[in-house]
Design a protein around this ligand. Structure first.
Ligand code: ISC
Length: 462
């Protein structure tokens, strides 16, 4: 076990120059379920927890409690604000003395120019947290970090309290394990603004034919109600069991839980290399292997989907060209098959320019034409004008970064917002000149399916 008292330096907030103290403690643990650790925080840290697992399942991060939060409602500068505050906080830490670095986790809304409203009113345009107790499981090794950040001097008593709290959580998680939950009971399912959505597809298609934009992604929501309050641990356990091949994420803010299972990497930065993925163009899975292969082949040869995909490849390649010394992009897409859907997929990777950071990449890449459109500015204007809802965190960047600037962000699709007895699910699709409203509608039904299944809801054809 490593143990050190806090280090101090200037305040990370630009506004206040008083001293900040940052205490870190790391212990290595064994036999701990990430879900059980999340659940163990249910009483003491309700509303202040997060969960992340990467697509490859070799990195899991769970956060309980907030040692430090960074929020911003700025438009252009929200990426910079998070970056500066995190760097300033890290500068006062002695993280190099520990086997596990502190990690900042959080998410950005899809569109900072659109005021957060309706179900999203509790969230900021940037919402990040350093956990009080942070579990990291990486390549079979497990570490729990505890963090205290304070303007007051950190006393031996504070550290004792923090360690006792951690030991209590570990005991709870190890002894109880993760619970098994009864199936959730949905009492109503509504499609808000269905007519407006169908109409918006026609309007957007007409505008694209007029040459206003090439591609615009339009989304809609489903609203569910349950017979009883649904807990975050319950939902997370369902998502965990149901979506083995995606990024899993969950982020609490007070009584709100934003969660999902996304196939889409926005960017991974590791040892000065950057990796992104172009995912656009979709078709359902087939009931038999033959049907599945036929559907996959027809997707690989479908001009409309290839066009939708190509806009994403061009934009992400351009971003890599600007931010990397060199980069590689395969010449043709392959299939990415996940439980409910198949996508066209092109991975992109490159060696980052000196000094380029993960949040600069996130700012540069988001929104790709897989969630916004092409050209970006025109597509965003059309989403603001025609899409009949507020996306909030849906389709925004969600992920983490460590003290040395490595990290990963996914695009928060296949996602939902849970508010006790209510949930809102979100899905969209790329609209090009020859898109048809009803087939776009059907595609959203396929994309709703993972979160709907996790929440115990059913579509007519299930
Ligand atoms: C907008 C969504 O998916 C995007 C990502 C992959 C494929 C897409 C498509 O084929 O339209 C969408 O661009 C969503 O899942 O809500």
């Amino acid at each position: 076990m490593n143990r050190k008292l806090s280090t101090t330096n200037d305040d990370p907030s630009k506004k206040d120059q008083s001293t900040v103290h940052f205490f870190i403690d790391t212990i290595e643990v064994e036999r701990l379920s990430a879900l059980a650790f999340f659940e163990a925080g249910e009483d003491a840290f309700d509303g202040k927890r997060f969960f992340w697992q990467n697509r490859e399942k070799n990195f899991t991060l769970v956060g309980l409690g907030h040692a430090y939060t960074i929020e911003s409602n700025e438009d252009e500068s929200r990426y910079e604000t998070v970056e500066q505050q995190w760097k300033a906080l890290i500068a006062v830490s002695n993280y190099k003395d520990y086997p596990q670095q502190p990690i900042l986790f959080g998410s950005y809304t899809f569109d900072p120019k659109k005021a957060v409203s309706n179900e999203w009113s509790h969230f900021s345009h940037a919402y990040f947290a350093l956990a009080t107790h942070q579990l990291v499981i990486r390549n079979e090794k497990m570490y729990v970090n505890s963090h205290i950040v304070s303007r007051e001097a950190i006393t031996v008593e504070d550290i004792k309290r923090c360690n006792a709290e951690r030991d209590e959580l570990l005991h709870k998680a190890q002894v109880r394990g993760s619970k098994s939950y009864a199936k959730l009971h949905v009492t109503s399912m509504m499609e808000p603004y269905k007519e407006e959505y169908l109409q918006s597809i026609t309007q957007v298609t007409d505008k694209i034919k007029e040459g206003v934009a090439e591609k615009v992604v339009i989304a809609r929501s489903l609203a569910l109600e349950f017979s009883a309050e649904v807990t975050a641990s319950n939902v997370l356990a369902q998502v965990y069991a149901e979506q083995p091949e995606s990024y899993l994420f969950a982020l609490e803010k007070e009584q709100n839980l934003f969660f999902g299972a996304s196939p889409e990497r926005l960017v991974l930065v590791k040892d000065n290399k950057a990796y992104s993925s172009c995912i656009a163009g979709s078709i359902k899975r087939g009931a038999t292997k033959e049907m599945d292969d036929q559907l996959g082949q027809s997707l690989l040869n479908d001009a409309k989907n290839l066009q939708e995909h190509q806009y994403v490849v061009e934009m992400i390649s351009q971003s890599f060209k600007e931010n990397c010394i060199n980069y590689t992009v395969p010449t043709a897409p392959q299939l990415l098959r996940i439980r409910d859907i198949q996508h066209l997929y092109t991975p992109v990777e490159g060696d980052l320019n000196e000094g380029a950071t993960i949040l600069q990449m996130v700012a540069n890449l988001h929104p790709t034409p897989a969630l916004g459109g092409s050209p970006r500015g025109k597509a965003m204007d059309m989403i603001r004008d025609y899409e009949p809802m507020n996306r909030g965190l849906y389709a925004g960047p969600i992920g983490w970064m460590n003290a040395e600037g490595d990290g990963e962000f996914a695009v928060a699709i296949r996602s939902a917002l849970l508010q006790q007895k209510k949930a809102f699910l979100y899905a969209g699709g790329g609209i090009v000149a020859d898109s048809e409203a009803m087939s776009e509608y059907d595609e959203t039904l396929v994309k709703f399916r993972p979160m709907l299944r996790a929440l115990g809801g059913q579509l007519n054809d299930d």
